[in-house]
Write a protein that binds this ligand. Sequence first.
Ligand SMILES: Nc1ncnc2c1ncn2[C@@H]1O[C@H](COP(=O)(O)OP(=O)(O)O)[C@@H](O)[C@H]1O
Ligand SMILES: [Mg+2]
Length: 387
Amino acid sequence: MDYRRALDAVAGLIVEVDKNLIITLANRETQNRWTSIAEGNTFFYDLFFPGSKNRKPRDCIVEKTFKSGEPQSGEIETPGGDVFNVRTNYLNGKDSPKVVVHIIDITERVELEKKLEAISRKHHDQLLQADKMISLGILASGMAHEINNPNNSIMLNVSVLQKAWNSIIPILNEFSREKEGNMVIGGMKYEKMKKKMPRLFSGIQESSKKIQRIVNDLKYFSGKDLITIKKEVDIESVVRSAISLTGNMIHKSTRNFKAVYEKELPNVMGNFQNLEQVIINLVQNACQALDNPGNGIFITVTYDRNSGEIVIVVKDEGIGIPEKDLKYILEPFYTTKRSSGGTGLGLYMSSKIINDHGGTIHFNSTPGKGTFVEVRLPAVDVIVQPG
Ligand SMILES: Nc1ncnc2c1ncn2[C@@H]1O[C@H](COP(=O)(O)OP(=O)(O)O)[C@@H](O)[C@H]1O
Ligand SMILES: [Mg+2]
């Protein structure tokens, strides 16, 4: 009886098992945990595999202990996902030998380990992803640089050529008159070529500008051109400047444009150019989403006193974004405008810049109705004047 009392006093699950793997004694804690235990009757593995019908694992550690007389340890996982660590000790009693089994529930620990492992795996994946993005950024900015120089000379040369052509025209006119309208240039009648030339020049210029735009996006993508110096900036000026820079595009896309600014907005700590770039990207996307100039674009800049944030909303009545695509729009190179020169870098860069300013960017869209983009930026502390 003293032996039983001693076992009962032990914190932990302890059972004594005979050669047939029948539990001959279970301490109080074990009885509390498995209330169905009947000493002298319950088969040891029934604790873990109810209805095990006296089936035991191939390398049963209790049997091993009987055979060797040495302590053993192992793990048992139940079908329900509980995990136990079991440790045995051989007990050479008066009447018959027994094995004492100490059972430790390690389910929580195992779950925690699994969780930690999952977290560390995810972290590792993220690091790999970040590495990839950095290499891609270096590649992209290198390429951007390489393309920029020849593209600049295309732009420069074409305007020189255009001027040259314009000044040659009177001479050619003269010539053409002498030839009585039968002069041919580049396989084309002079009069026809004269009409065509301006379009050829502007075609080259447009294409070259398009290359420049893509290259600029790529330069931004590397993050190298992001200026990290932050000062107090007046967000109204940022938005006004972005709107004036995109004025042409806005004008072409909609007859219904409105920007409203709350009075006396507090400043934000940030970089004017970077924040301006964000607004430019959002306005460009809004313009590109409109399929009818009757539809509008509305911008509001307000101050949320509760959260102390500047809230910039860019709302458009454009084509909208399908729910299933929303999760991709911030990813680099995701674009549905590939054929019209989209790079898929605008929102990626924008979200990077907003994060860098401690802000958030949030999208809400209904296909066919329009898109609502909300940017929140922490405002610098406003000193409230008493009275
Ligand atoms: N206001 C908007 N309305 C509809 N779709 C949008 C809007 N803003 C962004 N998108 C979607 O998100 C994609 C990614 O945008 P962005 O990163 O600016 O790249 P890009 O404009 O070069 O395609 C766009 O191609 C478009 O499908
Ligand atoms: Mg864009």
